[in-house]
Design a protein around this ligand. Structure first.
Ligand code: UD1
Ligand code: CA
Length: 464
């Protein structure tokens, strides 16, 4: 079988009433990616983008836009009259494509490429009209039930709503993942009707149509039901999320990352982490984050879309988004880095310090209680406790530049735009409104006056 023999259609037009959401079901996320992205990405491991089609309907624009870069095709199903109807909407685009047709549901995100390859192979080898993945579920509620004949072929699939009480006892369920011979599929699709309690065109009816016409429909039974978990409500969404997180944590641990209490951490699928890094409990590492070797990601810290070099220490309760920390940098506890903050090699950011669009040069330190925004800070600068860059004048943002080796005294208020020269000193408590030349001492505060004996006089005045 060549690649070009395989077409994959993913149904994603439904709203997903049981989610109780204004957002289409396939746009909900698990493991850091929307359900539809999971399914499409798995499909793309099997065939080229030109042979992957997504049936869209509810919030079609949004579904299309998140998939845009993947180069897959789309089929519009403007009215959602059932899973069979979704395929009917694709007849024109798809029926000319030869070979095999795999149908996947957009709400079934855990299926692996490995299992799908086995499905396609099983269908190819048996020469049957269709092969479908089934599994045994202790609690099959909500799924279609697979009814076999004496020879083990699939005779019909009954939807829960249409099932008799005896059929409901059947624990073998329809995963909703099928591989058809494309020719048989398109020849029989039109025969699906709407004679069921929901009045929908059920794709599952094609199984009975094929088998009555004398074609074999084979079940491919899989032992682990996890892969075919269908997401219909938020409980199932949470279950899928936990499964994705566990898969990712296991993959990282086997790759040499220590994860303490792995059941408590949330790590997105696209995250990369180097060997011997330690991830402490309740950390969240999200989006397109990459972390080097020998780092520590402290408990309850959140790192999103950021790059950390090697030997970086993030102490607990730190929030890092869209930022970079170079080798041996240290941040936290309780620090916040956002919007392009860049902590360069060996620099330290301590508790209750916020950096926004700010570079903190190599070896520099901002250890306590500071806001550094729109700033460019050189090497070996000391930022005292309570330093604030006043970057906003109520209308516009302004930049602050602090030269190498400068010493910014505690509680300095730097009114931007501002230039602080290299190796200069700012006296504690200064409000800096004029540029400071290199090597100067700037004092921007009123002089202290001591009034001798003032307290004694006051006491006398009130108790004569
Ligand atoms: C479906 C199967 C059921 C199976 C279960 C597995 C049918 C009739 N039933 O039931 O046998 O056990 O999946 O998870 O197929 N969709 C469209 N257009 C429509 C209707 C649905 O694109 O008109 C899409 C939905 O967006 C969804 C997928 O098809 O992604 C499945 O639809 P859903 O309503 O969730 O089917 P189930 O009732 O779960
Ligand atoms: Ca479903």
């Amino acid at each position: 079988m060549t690649e070009s023999d395989l077409t994959i259609v993913i149904l994603a037009a439904g709203l997903g009433t049981r989610m109780k959401s204004a957002k289409a079901k396939v746009l909900h996320a698990a493991g850091g990616k929307t359900l539809i992205e999971h399914v499409v990405d798995t499909a793309l491991e099997l065939t080229q983008p030109a042979r992957v089609f997504v049936v869209v309907g509810h919030q079609a624009g949004k579904v299309r836009s998140i998939l845009e870069t993947r180069g897959v095709g789309f089929i519009e199903q403007t009215e959602q009259k059932g899973t069979g109807h979704a395929l009917m909407a694709g007849r024109e685009a798809l029926q000319g494509l030869p070979g095999r047709l795999v149908v996947l549901y957009g709400d079934c995100p855990l299926i692996s490429a490995h299992t799908l390859r086995r499905l396609v192979q099983a269908q190819a080898e048996s020469g049957s009209a269709a092969t479908l993945i089934t599994t045994l579920l202790e609690d099959p509620a909500g799924y279609g039930r697979v009814i076999e004949d004496e020879s083990g072929l699939v005779r019909i699939i009954v939807e829960e709503k249409a099932a008799t009480s005896v059929q409901r006892q059947v624990k073998q369920i329809n995963s909703g993942i099928y591989c058809f011979s494309a020719a048989e599929f398109w020849a029989n699709l039109g025969r699906i009707g709407t004679a069921n309690p929901a009045g929908e065109y059920y794709l599952t009816d094609i199984v009975e149509i094929l088998s009555q016409a004398g074609h074999a429909v084979r079940p491919m039974k899989i032992a682990d039901p996890v892969e075919v978990l269908g997401i219909n409500n938020r409980l199932e969404l949470a279950k899928a999320d936990a499964l994705f997180r566990r898969r990712k944590a296991e993959e990282l641990m086997l790759g040499g990352v220590t994860i303490e209490k792995p059941e408590t951490v949330s790590i997105d699928g696209g995250v990369r982490i180097g060997m011997d890094t330690i991830v402490e409990p309740f950390a969240q590492i999200l989006g397109a984050t990459s972390i080097g070797e020998d780092c520590v990601i402290g408990a309850c810290s959140i790192v999103r879309d950021s790059r950390l070099g090697r030997g970086v220490i993030v102490s607990p309760f730190t929030s890092i988004a869209g930022s970079e920390i170079d080798d041996e940098g240290q941040v936290g506890p309780y620090a916040r880095l956002r919007m392009g903050a860049h902590v360069e090699a060996g620099a330290h950011v301590g508790n209750f310090v916020e950096l926004k669009k700010t570079r903190l040069g190599p070896g520099s330190k901002a250890m306590h209680l500071a806001y550094l925004g729109d700033s460019d800070i050189g090497r070996k600068v000391n930022i005292g406790a309570g330093t604030i860059t006043c970057n906003f004048d109520g209308v516009r943002k302004h930049a602050t530049h602090i030269g190498d080796g400068a010493f910014v005294g505690s509680n300095s208020t730097i009114v931007a735009p501002m230039e602080i020269g290299a190796d200069s000193y700012l006296a504690a408590g200064s409000v800096i409104t004029h540029a400071v030349p290199p090597e100067a001492l700037a004092i921007g505060r009123s002089r202290q006056v001591n009034k001798e004996g003032w307290a004694r006089k006051r006491k006398k005045a009130s108790h004569p």
